[in-house]
Design a protein. Structure first.
Lengths: 113, 110
């Protein structure tokens, strides 16, 4: 049972345009969501997060939107840059306990010049 | 950089042999985790620790054991490696609301 889903395995965007990565979840007990970026042969790097009490969080070029009623979150990157080419994972966790993360399958983002 | 190192970074072994992967952290974090990454699955939690000698199972714990005798070290052991355990293994720590990951160990079981 895949509790966190990223339905687009890949996404190609032109440099300078907006990249939108999507993530859906099924467990209503999740209350904190994170996005990670991963380059080949490296560990995932934390990008941005959002608590379920918010619907938007911004950090520079990166904005995460949360729609609790739809159980959907999205990561917007604007403007997209070549260095943004990577695999992006969304992750979710419940309020209590050991902060165990449940990850989506990942989306490979390619930024074209 | 959360001061996490993993060793070895690459390992090739044969089916049936025991394998131990090491995660080392330098910042005294209480929580440590082991995940595996496979195509089509993202990262999945194997085991985690919430203190010295305190560990618990994750989503895909079968075939794996862990130990934490010191705050800074979290060991993952495959008692008898199988080809299905070929994967990339990541260690992580919790700092505040965020987990930070090590560089990974690529394990191949022939």
């Amino acid at each position: 049972d895949q509790q966190v889903k990223q339905n687009s395995p890949s996404l190609s965007v032109q440099e300078g345009r907006i990249s939108i990565l999507n993530c859906d979840y099924t467990n209503s007990m999740f209350d904190y969501f994170l996005w990670y970026k991963k380059y080949p042969a490296e560990g995932p790097t934390f990008l941005i997060s959002i608590s379920s009490i918010k619907d938007k969080n911004e950090d520079g070029r990166f904005t995460v939107f949360l729609n609790k009623s739809a159980k959907h979150l999205s990561l917007h990157i604007v403007p997209s840059q070549p260095g943004d080419s990577a695999v992006y994972f969304c992750a979710a966790r419940k309020a209590q306990g050991a902060q165990k993360l449940v990850f989506g399958q990942g989306t490979r983002l390619t930024i074209n010049p | 950089d959360a001061g996490i190192t993993q060793s070895p970074r690459h390992k090739v072994t044969e089916t049936g042999t025991p394998v131990t992967l090491r995660c080392h952290q330098t910042e005294n974090h209480r929580y440590m985790y082991w995940y595996r990454q496979d195509p089509g699955h993202g990262l999945r939690l194997i085991h985690y620790s919430y203190g010295v000698k305190d560990t618990d199972k994750g989503e895909v714990s079968d075939g794996y054991s862990v130990s934490r005798s010191k705050t800074e070290d979290f060991l993952l052991t495959l008692e008898s490696a199988t080809s299905s355990q070929t994967s990339v293994y990541f260690c992580a720590i919790s700092a505040g609301d965020t987990q930070y990951f090590g560089p990974g160990t690529r394990l191949t079981v022939l």
